[in-house]
Design a protein around this ligand. Sequence first.
Ligand code: HEC
Ligand code: HEC
Length: 525
Amino acid sequence: MEAADLGSERGGQQVIHTLLLLTLVAVQDTAAGKMVYTKWCAGCHGDNGAGDGQGARHMVPPPRDFTGAIYQIRSTPSGQLPTDADLLRSIDEGLGGTAMPGWKSRLSERQRRDVLAYIKTFSTFFADTTQRPQPIAFSKEPGGDGGADALKVGRQFYDSIGCRKCHGDQGRGDGPSAPTLKDDAGHPMFAANLHENWRFNGGGTVEDIYRRLRTGLDGTPMPSFSDLLEQKFLTDEQLWRVAEYVRSLSPKEPPVVRDVIHAPLTKRVPHAPDDSAWTAVDTYWFPLVGQIIRKERWFAPAVSGVWVKAVHTADSIAIRVAWDDRSQSPDTAWLAHLGRVFSTLSDDSTREQPVPWPDQLAVQFPVSSPTGMERPYFLMGSPSAPVYQWRWSSTARATAIAGLARGVDRFDPIQGAGGGIATQSVYDHGEWRVVFTRALASPDTANQLPLRTGRAIPVAFFAWDGSNGEHGTRMAVSTWYFLALDEPVPARVFISPVLAMVLTLGLGMLVIWRAQQKTSYRRQQ
Ligand code: HEC
Ligand code: HEC
């Protein structure tokens, strides 16, 4: 009761806010908005707002077609126009996980309001000013949130109202319907990976998620669940629990990129990805981006980053790489999706036939430990300066081989069983987990980097999602980072405080003893 009252009060405030904003916007000249639009937006959204700018050919999802007036991020019920405040939010903050940038720091408030007024002129739907879009009177998050019981309720409804059909059992966007999803215009669409809330279009807080559940993302398969509230299938509080459950799947804070992976010294090497020894080891996140330097360029990578852990013993190293991937490729169930990807991205690449490619991962090092800051070209070296790589593929028993890459299109495997590396991998509900192990020393020092303790060893990562059409240069890449095999802490560091104490005490005793000796000696005299 109380929550509902609060909600409508907030709703009222929002209406007033919106009305104020509308009055402001109305007095603005759309000519000024057009100038901003032409300069900053048309390259993606097209001169006439049809979502067909120059850049559009490279993007999944493609830029919004403003002529249809269908918007994802709204405070209004499904099927209705957004409020100006909604549009301004998208313009200010951008849409997470897509090519749509935020403009708050790039354009003045005036410019943002002008361009907002201008994009509304692309559709006649906004012309009828007697029909102002009305925001939903959202409730506030009920108390007692976050506890295990609340999350249990959330999980229960996540299953019963069908979220897992699209988002999958663990929320990584790998549900049974996932390969079939497309937007209203037929473009391929992924169900959001609920483990990466920092990439949600409309923001990643519990409140943002709750709002998206109430409004749906119009133009996409993501429905509104407001009807279920009206039908009393679940209560408003239970829907909040679903939002809390979804929020709990992502880390508390968006991952921070740290430059150096510390591999502590352990007694044994954990070969299996799910070996319990891994739980105590620090995880490092490295974002990946589409490879857009060499043809064929790739603007729509499906793998957004890798989570890395590493440990070493006196003679071996194990590196565990985990990443989210909606499909265990090769998988023919995704061929239709792949066809949609290829027809959406009419970029500089030659048209290919969709083929069920495998998933792949590469871990890259220099061939020898660099002495200064110099490192080979991060994009797989060059013919004269090769890089040393471990290449894993989901086909052929999901094994890996070591070899030398001399640029993006040449890889020479090192002879012998896997080129000296061993791998174990697991695919589990939308996540790959792969452990690579190798001896630290290498008999073939000309081709294989000897891994030594106490040095910063450059390392980089590459990933391919086969079901998304990724192979060859169509891949996700990282830049160089570093791996450090931590040295055993020298014994003297442990002893020294104790030793210092013994010494101080000892010296003190000695001084007292000497003093006493002296006095007694004097006394004797
Ligand atoms: C680099 C390309 C790019 C540029 C530049 C760009 N956009 Fe976008 N924009 C996108 C993409 C892609 C989407 C669709 C994202 C999606 O569907 O999830 C989008 C979506 C939108 C939306 C829809 C939000 C919703 O709720 O559906 C608005 C509004 C918008 N852009 C406004 C602008 C304005 C105004 C500018 C210029 C100041 C601009 N965009 C510049 C790529 C771009
Ligand atoms: C029919 C398939 C489908 C169902 C059912 C579905 N979703 Fe989605 N959901 C999607 C798609 C597709 C997207 C991505 C839309 C986009 O990228 O613009 C999405 C996006 C999301 C997002 C991200 C919102 C944002 O701001 O980007 C969240 C959170 C989410 N869904 C949660 C849920 C929950 C919770 C349920 C169940 C109550 C659910 N979804 C049911 C298909 C579905």
